[in-house]
Design a protein around this ligand. Structure first.
Ligand SMILES: *Cc1c(COP(=O)(O)O)cnc(C)c1O
Length: 457
């Protein structure tokens, strides 16, 4: 390929001149120049300098089947030749969209039989917001429109998603916050648990929902939304007591429960969905990322019976949808992705073999001088970089410490992300035991470098 002959400097110059990157300080990126990824296979990426990197983040929590899966490419190509596009608006469908809806109903928890398609996690979240409000209108209770979320939650980057999520920096840049969103504490025991046991703290964090419902007025609350494990927030794993208590509270006040499964869905935690891992039953689930292993943009909201019945029987036309809702090519790739997950028993392998192996080996970091808690499920984990292990004191400049550690990884052949002061791993689900060993050896090497920088080793 011709463009391969161009130099890294060429691509960096072009990028600097014309490309504005998401979640990036453009000025500091421009000073050092962007890293240009050129190809990938399995769990490895290569950059334009020929460096091989182990991708401990599966792209952006999404390339669950790993890179270079020809079946996914062939599925897209076949569908592009057959029917590259037709919309699903005007009383029409296409075969992949319909087939995918049926398949999702099979793999989703019992009672979730309907799918609404979109193209990204942000769009799925927007769809869920509009859908729960439409649900309550159709039920004759339009004043039920407040949606409760958590601090440090991530629900996408649309205007509504930025307000609904709990990222303080995103709220600040939003200028005007949208009304109708409320935030409660997150279930982050290491930071906020004090002297409580994790299980006691899980109940306290869940009961913050009940308090807020009562403060707002139960007759005004439409839904609660949460990621089973907070991903971008730093892989915050709630205590086991948390989700069942959230479920009890939602049931008691008749509030809809939305699980944002954009990261946890499609096997990440060792079950098809994170809500299954934590033992709760949402009314709606948003999903994206792993849905197509990132090979095509596609997302969905899975809708349980309660909401589906109302939308179908009482709502009339729901004025919502995207040109590419149910895009046949993206749907064809998602179908093939599900087929491979099932046929190769990849989720079972995460549950029984690679997940437990990864979690157990990770515990070596619990002894590391720079690391506080190490938590995870299946093939996702987070660890916090701490100033004082004994007192659980965090660094004031935590995200600088995280960035420093992340940069060591970057220069040493490993993609490990920093979310503030938490280092996170979420590798492709096809990763082998040997590759897990390599990933954790590299992670250890880089944590040691960061600890040396901080005078801790
Ligand atoms: C990534 C993510 C989103 C947003 O998805 P996009 O495809 O980036 O719009 C929403 N919710 C969660 C939990 C996510 O991790």
């Amino acid at each position: 390929m011709n463009h391969m002959n161009k130099s890294t400097e060429y691509w960096q110059g072009l990028d600097r001149a014309h490309h504005l990157h998401p979640f990036t300080d453009a000025k500091s990126l421009n000073e050092k120049g962007v890293r240009v990824m050129t190809k990938a296979d399995g769990v490895y990426l290569w950059d334009s300098e020929g460096n091989r990197v182990l991708d401990g983040m599966a792209g952006l929590w999404c390339v669950n089947l790993g890179y270079g899966r020809k079946e996914l490419v062939d599925a897209a190509q076949r569908q592009m030749l057959e029917l590259p596009f037709y919309n699903t608006f005007f009383q029409t469908s296409n075969i992949p969209a319909t087939e995918l809806a049926g398949l999702l109903a099979e793999v989703a928890p019992a009672g979730m039989k309907h799918a609404f398609f979109a193209n990204s996690g942000s769009e799925a979240v927007d769809t869920a917001i509009r859908m729960v409000r439409r649900y309550w209108q159709a039920e004759g209770l339009p004043e039920r429109n407040v949606i409760i979320s958590r601090n440090n939650a991530y629900h996408g980057s649309s205007v509504a998603g930025a307000c609904l999520g709990g990222m303080g920096a995103m709220h600040e840049q939003s200028g005007l916050m949208m009304p109708g969103f409320e935030h409660i504490m997150q279930p982050y025991w290491y930071q906020d648990g004090g002297d409580l046991s994790p299980e006691e703290f899980g109940l306290v964090a869940a009961r913050a929902l009940e308090e807020r419902i009562l403060a707002v007025g139960p007759e005004k609350v439409a839904a609660f939304i949460g990621e089973p494990i907070q991903g971008a927030g730093g892989v915050i794993v709630p205590p086991d007591s948390y989700w069942p208590e959230i479920q009890r509270i939602c049931n008691q006040y008749g509030i809809l429960l939305i699980a944002d499964e954009v990261i946890c869905g499609f096997g990440r935690t060792g079950n098809w969905f994170g809500s299954q891992t934590f033992g709760f039953t949402p009314d709606l689930m948003t999903m994206a990322k792993g849905m197509s292993s990132g090979y095509m943009p596609i997302s969905a909201v899975m809708v349980g019976e309660r909401v589906a019945n109302t939308l179908i029987e009482k709502s009339g036309e729901f004025y919502h949808g995207y040109t590419y809702s149910g895009h046949p090519v993206a749907a064809a790739v998602a179908i093939e992705n599900i087929r491979i997950l099932k046929e190769e028993r990849i989720i079972e392998r995460v549950a029984e073999d690679t997940g437990p192996y990864f979690q157990e080996k990770l515990q070596i970091f619990a002894e590391h001088p720079l690391v506080g808690e190490v938590v995870g499920r299946g093939l996702v984990a987070g660890m916090v970089l701490v100033k004082d292990k004994k007192t659980r004191e965090l660094y004031e400049n935590g995200s600088d410490v995280g960035t420093m550690c992340r940069n060591h990884c970057f220069s040493n052949g490993l993609i490990m992300r920093a979310c503030g002061d938490r280092m996170v791993l979420s590798p492709p689900l096809i990763i082998s035991r040997a590759e897990i060993d390599e990933m954790l050896d590299k992670a250890k090497y880089c944590l040691d470098l960061a600890a040396k920088d901080l005078g801790k080793l």
